[in-house]
Design a protein around this ligand. Structure first.
Ligand code: NAP
Length: 249
């Protein structure tokens, strides 16, 4: 039986790599992102490799959009039992310059988005008496200058994950979080741009501070997600795995 996974924010970056990896692991994958057309490349890479995937345009922060998206996945791929809450944005600023919009937008995508998606998908997991939820946290959950909004959201993802693990465990559903350190994606590229630093220098500087002396890749995170979604990981729940080339980054 082919199981269906939804990966949010999967048009690019960590989400795209995770969608590809879960397909290679045997899941049918809904590649969900704000812009459906932007999902085409991820879907094509999966289909070209012999997998099954569809593009789904949805805003994870909007309840009606989430309900429509999950209903489409049920119709077109089958009831989803794996959910990776990966969609994310940054609106960095020091506290005294941070606007209410900066705060609300970040909390909405990460926390409200993970809540709405998990609430919509758990129904199918409970019915199947099996499920996997993986939430993207961050080393920023430990505190990071200029990221009061993002750090609060990513710390919140950890409490959310542990609570899902407690509530859903009796239905065969696990919930775990991955807390990446510095990963080379458009997100870190935009941070370098905002700081006016060439991306190569930004990556080199980050790598020098990381115990394994390199920046992370989306595939590093996809490998951790693959483990949490596997059959063998059924006794691992409510955990936060820092994937950061060291204890923190
Ligand atoms: P990315 O390259 O910026 O990709 C994020 C994706 O999420 C984008 O395609 C974006 O679409 C989508 N998205 C944003 N808001 C959305 C919404 N409301 N509904 C649906 N999709 C939405 O980011 P990434 O670096 O791969 O990061 C993925 C996750 O890992 C995020 O949760 C991030 O916070 C976390 N993380 C990243 C790092 C890192 O170093 N890169 C470190 C720690 C944690 P648009 O392009 O249309 O906005």
């Amino acid at each position: 039986m082919t199981r269906t996974a939804i990966v949010t924010g999967a048009a690019r970056g960590i989400g795209a790599a995770t969608a590809q990896r879960l397909s290679a692991d045997g899941f049918a994958v809904a590649v969900l992102d704000l812009d459906e057309a932007a999902c085409a490349a991820t879907v094509a890479s999966i289909v070209d490799a012999g997998g099954r995937a569809i593009a789904v345009g949805a805003n994870v922060a909007d309840a009606a959009s989430v309900e429509r998206a999950v209903a489409r996945v049920v119709d077109e791929l089958g009831a989803p039992t794996v959910l990776v809450n990966n969609a994310g944005i940054i609106r960095d600023n020091l506290l005294f310059k941070m606007t209410e919009d900066d705060w609300d937008a970040v909390l909405a995508v990460h926390l409200r988005g993970a809540f709405l998606m998990s609430r919509a998908v758990q129904e199918h997991q409970v019915a199947a008496r099996w499920g996997r939820i993986v939430n993207l946290s961050s080393t920023s959950a430990l505190g990071n200058r200029g990221q009061a909004n993002y750090a609060a959201a990513k710390a919140g993802m950890q409490g959310f994950t542990k609570t899902l693990a407690i509530e859903l465990g009796r239905y065969g559903v696990t919930a775990n979080a991955i807390a990446p350190g510095f990963i080379v994606t458009d997100m870190t590229r935009s941070t370098a741009e905002r700081m006016g630093v060439p991306f190569e220098d930004f990556v080199a500087h980050a790598a020098a501070e990381i115990p394994v002396q390199r920046a992370g890749t989306p595939d590093d995170i996809a490998a951790a997600a693959s483990f949490f979604c596997s059959e063998e990981a059924g006794f691992v729940s409510g955990q936060v795995l820092y994937v950061a080339g060291g204890p923190r980054a």
